[in-house]
Design a protein. Structure first.
Length: 628
């Protein structure tokens, strides 16, 4: 007869749970703590309750839907609280033989209003949750792209889990937060209504509230830990799965299918334990609430019956009291709904853990017009995973010159290339381009000035023309410019053999490693900046193709108006020989900067390209000590 607000996914239960976690310290301290922790640990997987709340409230910024949901929830609570009183008055009027028509009409109107408010809440909750989840996903991607590449330890699979499943769960929290006032109105209003009927009825109900509060407190504490660990194990499974799928050819070649299946499924027992633990905690709390809540309701109805027998309460008053006891006991129904709210908070903490990554800051400076592209590293020190990779690096590459960076594996060549274009931040020192610190440059100014080619370029942009055109910057690239860059990178020939040519979708074509590298080089050639950095970008090319690409690279490229400064991470002596100067790295320091033919006099330098000392007939320790 009465529309129960306590038995639905919305209403008193979910709204009360949203307000339960309101008293928290400032969120910024939580984000700082998270930034210092390991993001892949069970504890560090979250971003702190305060940071999670701030993240959600920012994503669900106040708007028409949030206000409408708040008003709909408040109106629904008011209707639900009025209905028992009006129904009781109608019943008393009927028993007394009076005209109860207006009271019955009012009951019908309130019941209809409750249905409309419930429908409005359903629609608004769904749209608000979906929009909030979308904003959380967008914000996560934006923040990841604003941070220095590789500055975190999140696996690809873990990030996918956080950006999809966790964002969807976190997106359900704002609707409960928007209804916080209405959440308090139903249980509190039920107790107040009991007190208005007779204070003794409220006293009977309040006698059991301490036990109910202890039950909910224990449930929240245990469930929060379960959810955090469960979501962490989900991320581990996803991370391993993406890793195996990415290396499927290696797995097939090694014949380690069963071993990799076992490794991917390794976290499943821990995931299962946490899942069973959550169900056990929820079942136990539900059973406890199922015993306590009916006792409170029976106590109120029993006390009301005694008051009715004593003539101190009408029949309609007893019916209203029974209904208000149900509403007041709605707080006990939180056991089932708090599980979802705790899951949303845990998911938001995982998102906040990603947002705790420090973004790459940019200034507002501009480069001088017509600068030659002079690159300088002054006292640069870079640390990775607690180890110093580059230390006290001082280097100057004159504008328009080509510098080849060589050195043994682990000497810091790729990190130096990343620092030179500010894809990474040094712990100390400065990197300057034409006298301007890269950290002071405006973001778009920096990216217009520096172009990159990598050993494993990502084919973004949709089509082959699109992936090459990324080097030309925002907007639709000039087809002639794209084709000229492809010709310089020796990619034009194989592109034109495809049925759709430059309009071929990247996902629809299988390319060799060398062809992918040529597309990456074409993208770099389409860039018109003053500094071009190649990080082992020709390693998969055959000798003849590399020669042609290098000639285009080191000469005045046909579609550009002037030569550019080039920094090339090289592993072949032929590449270093064609450069103007060679930067020899060893143990994270610059051992020498000189032309290749001069460094070739040093046997240690020659061994970089001929690792077997017996293959070098010129090996001479005395000469090594004397040579540069």
């Amino acid at each position: 007869m009465f529309p129960s607000r306590t038995l639905k996914g919305r209403g008193a239960v979910s709204r009360f749970g949203s307000a339960a976690g309101r008293d928290r310290p400032p969120w910024r301290r939580s984000l700082r703590r998270t930034a210092r922790g390991s993001p892949d640990s069970a504890a560090g997987a979250g971003g702190g309750a305060e940071g999670a709340r701030s993240l959600i409230l920012e994503a669900a910024r106040p708007g028409t839907r949030t206000l409408a949901l708040f008003l709909a929830g408040t109106a629904a609570a008011a209707v639900t609280l009025l209905l028992p009183a009006v129904l009781g008055r109608a019943l008393d009027a009927l028993l007394a033989g009076e005209d109860a028509g207006r009271w019955l009409a009012l009951c019908a109107a309130l019941a209809g209003a409750a249905v409309l408010c419930d429908a409005a809440e359903t629609v608004l909750t769904g749209t608000l949750n979906s929009r909030t989840a979308a904003r959380l996903r967008t914000g996560l991607v934006r923040h990841l792209l604003s941070a220095a590449p590789g500055a975190h330890r999140f696996s690809a699979g873990d990030l996918v889990t956080r950006g999809t499943l966790n964002a969807a769960h976190a997106g359900t929290a704002p609707s409960a937060a928007a209804s916080a006032f209405a959440a308090l109105a139903l249980p509190v209003g039920g107790v107040v209504a009991l007190a208005l009927l007779d204070p003794r009825l409220a006293a009977v109900f309040l006698a059991g509230i301490p036990l109910l509060a202890l039950l909910l407190r224990a449930f929240l504490r245990t469930t929060s830990d379960c959810v955090t660990r469960y979501q962490h194990e989900q991320g581990r499974v996803a991370g391993r799965l993406v890793e195996v799928l990415d290396g499927a050819r290696t797995v097939a070649a090694a014949g380690t299918y069963e071993r990799e299946v076992d490794r991917v499924q390794g976290p499943l027992p821990a995931l299962s334990r946490q899942g069973h633990r959550m169900w056990h905690v929820q079942g136990r709390s539900t059973a406890q609430a199922a015993v306590l809540v009916p006792l409170l309701q029976i106590g109120v109805v029993g006390a009301g019956g005694l008051l009715l027998a004593a003539g101190e309460l009408s029949v309609g008053g007893l019916v209203a009291a029974a209904r208000y006891a149900v509403l007041a006991a709605g707080v006990g129904g939180l056991v089932g709904h708090l599980n979802g709210l705790v899951r949303a908070r845990g998911a938001a903490r995982r998102l906040a853990g990603v947002h705790a990554l420090p973004p790459l800051r940019h200034g507002t400076a501009r480069l001088p017009d017509g600068g030659p592209g002079r690159l300088e590293l002054r006292g640069v020190r870079a640390v990775r995973d607690g180890a110093t990779v580059l230390d006290a690096v001082d280097l100057t590459v004159p504008g328009g010159a080509t510098a080849a960076v060589v050195g043994p594996s682990g000497s810091g060549k790729s990190l130096l290339a990343a620092l030179a274009g500010r894809l990474a931040e040094p712990e100390a020192g400065r990197v300057l381009l034409d006298g301007v610190d890269l950290a002071e440059l405006e973001r778009s100014e920096l990216r217009r000035a520096v172009g990159y080619a990598f050993a494993r370029p990502a084919l973004l942009g949709g089509t082959l023309a699109g992936t090459i055109g990324l080097g030309a910057g925002p907007g639709r690239p000039d087809p002639e410019r794209v084709a000229a860059a492809a010709r310089d990178a020796c990619a034009d020939t194989f592109i034109r053999t495809l049925p759709a040519g430059y309009d071929t979708a990247c996902a629809d074509v299988r390319l060799s490693g060398g062809e992918i590298q040529r597309l990456g080089l074409a993208r770099a050639f389409a860039h018109r900046g003053r500094l071009l950095i190649l990080d082992d970008a020709t390693s998969s090319l055959d000798t003849a193709t590399e020669l042609r690409v290098t000639e285009a690279l080191l000469g005045t490229v046909a579609h550009t108006r002037r030569p550019r400064t080039r920094l090339i991470v090289a592993h072949r002596a032929s590449t270093a020989a064609r450069a103007d100067l060679t930067v020899w790295l060893e143990a994270g320091r610059v051992r020498a900067v000189a032309p290749h033919d001069r460094l070739w006099q040093n046997p240690a330098y020659r061994r970089l390209f001929t690792p077997d000392p017996y293959s070098d007939p010129y090996s001479d320790p005395a000469a090594e000590a004397e040579a540069p």
